[in-house]
Structure formats: structure tokens, C-alpha cells
Write a protein that binds this ligand. Structure first.
Ligand code: 13P
Length: 251
């Protein structure tokens, strides 16, 4: 499977800057040899989806509500994301867990809603630095997987160690391999053959300079990129680095 390089724009992007970024990605996306996805803020999804229509770059949201519609002031449903042109949605990002008190149970409800609306959920898991130092990293990630994923899950997992997000620090190759291998075994245990084929993305300070080292590791199926996804050149460079071995193998 081709790697997926997904950009999480977080709370960045007004109309002009989002359109400029979308146009630059559209212009450069053809040659990278990866699947590409951008997740703009809600207000820019429709415009970015229109600019990227017919291009190799898919569009997603950064969150959704668990219900289709109703009296939930300020919330956005999965059906609304889909209607605006999204095909994916990031759920359970550590910033939402921290800023909005989202629990694994909240996330699970949103995953069900996303799948019912025809979106592919990207479910984020990852330990804090204190949890890693206490040797609890796999225990925490295992608990997040078991409690955040519904029995009929058919999406993508993003492993994002909280301490690597926006810090410029990343786990070493051995740590990434250990955690991705653990996640793969858990997915296979929970979902059988479907779990064996699920993409597991790495996220946390992925940059052009470290992309090749992180993204060619076994069981790493791509990246969820924050800061570097706001620069088209950096985002496409990450995608090219991720795609290199596949392109070599394919001649
Ligand atoms: P950075 O790439 O800025 O560390 O962000 C990672 C992230 O949180 C993506 O969801």
C-alpha cells in the first residue's frame, strides 16, 4: 500500500493562505508517489475541497460530533464534513483530548458517526512523556485502542507520542518500531485480517529532514504532519521521502 501523508493544519488558515497552500499542493502533488490528505480548519474545508477536486490530494476534517444533527451549538457533524467535500476525519487528537476533555468513549462515538457518514476515521493515540518514562507507553496506547475503536472499525490509526508534537523531538527508530509493531499486533488481535491491513501513521515533529528515517520503518504506513504541513514545499518533500523505496522497487 502506498504511504499516506496527511497534513493536520490545526487552527491555521484564513481564506487566502488556505487557497494558496491548496493551489501549491495541487501543482506539486502529481509526482510524489504517495497518497496525500490535508485537514484544514472547518471554515476552509469547502473552499479547499473545491480547489483540490480532481487532484490526488484528499480533504478531511479535524473532528466531528457523534450525532448527525441536533441542538449542539458550535459543533459540526460527520455528515456536514462529508457534504463540504471531506473524505476523512481526524478523531481523538491529543490536543482535543487535552483542550476539550475528550475521552476514549467520546472518540468511539465519533468514530461510529464518521463511518456511518462515509468518512474514513483517523484515530489518534499516544502516550505522554511521563507515561513513557514510567514504562507505561504500550499499556496506555493499548487502552486507548481498545476503548476508542468500535468493534466494526475500518479506519486508520495515528500514533502520536504527545511529547513529540510540536517539540522537534521524535522517538528513535527502535521506539517507533516497537510501538508500531505493538499497535499492529493489537489491531490483528481485535480485527483479524482487516486489522492486518490497516494503516498506522506516525505523527510528531515529522519534517523533511527526518521523514525518510521515520517513514521507512516497518509498520509505518505514512505520517500525520502538523507544522510542516503548512508549507507546501516541506509537505511535498516529506511525501517524496516517504515514497522513495516504493518508487525504486517499482522501477
Ligand atoms: P507537529 O508535526 O507540528 O509536531 O504536529 C503533529 C501533530 O499533532 C499532527 O496531528
Amino acid at each position: 500500500m502506498r504511504p499516506l501523508i496527511a497534513g493536520n493544519w490545526k487552527m491555521h488558515g484564513l481564506a487566502a493562505s488556505s487557497a494558496a497552500l491548496a493551489r501549491a499542493l495541487r501543482a506539486g502533488a502529481g509526482e510524489v508517489g504517495c497518497d496525500l490528505l490535508v485537514c484544514p480548519p472547518f471554515t476552509q474545508i469547502g473552499a479547499v475541497a473545491a480547489l483540490l477536486a480532481g487532484s490526488p490530494v484528499a480533504v478531511g476534517g479535524q473532528d466531528c460530533h457523534r450525532e448527525r444533527e441536533g441542538a449542539h451549538t458550535g459543533d459540526i457533524s460527520a455528515a456536514m464534513l462529508r457534504d463540504a467535500g471531506a473524505g476523512f476525519v481526524i478523531l481523538g487528537h491529543s490536543e482535543r483530548r487535552a483542550d476539550h476533555g475528550e475521552t476514549n468513549e467520546t472518540v468511539r462515538g465519533k468514530v461510529v458517526a464518521a463511518q456511518q457518514a462515509g468518512l474514513v476515521p483517523i484515530v489518534c493515540v499516544g502516550e505522554t512523556e511521563a507515561q513513557r518514562l514510567a514504562g507505561q507507553d504500550t499499556e496506555i496506547v493499548g487502552w486507548q485502542l481498545h476503548s476508542s475503536l468500535p468493534p466494526e472499525f475500518g479506519g486508520i490509526i495515528a500514533y502520536e507520542p504527545v511529547w513529540a508534537i510540536g517539540t522537534g523531538r521524535t522517538p528513535g527508530a527502535a521506539e517507533v518500531m516497537a510501538m508500531h509493531g505493538f499497535i499492529r499486533r493489537e489491531l490483528q488481535r481485535g480485527f483479524g485480517a482487516v486489522g492486518a491491513g490497516m494503516r498506522i501513521l506516525y505523527g510528531g515533529s515529522v519534517k523533511p529532514a527526518n521523514a525518510a528515517a521515520l517513514l521507512h520503518l516497518p509498520e509505518v504506513g505514512g505520517a500525520l504532519v502538523g507544522g510542516a504541513s503548512l508549507n507546501a514545499g516541506d509537505f511535498l518533500a516529506i511525501a517524496r521521502a516517504a515514497a522513495l523505496p516504493n518508487m525504486a522497487a517499482g522501477g
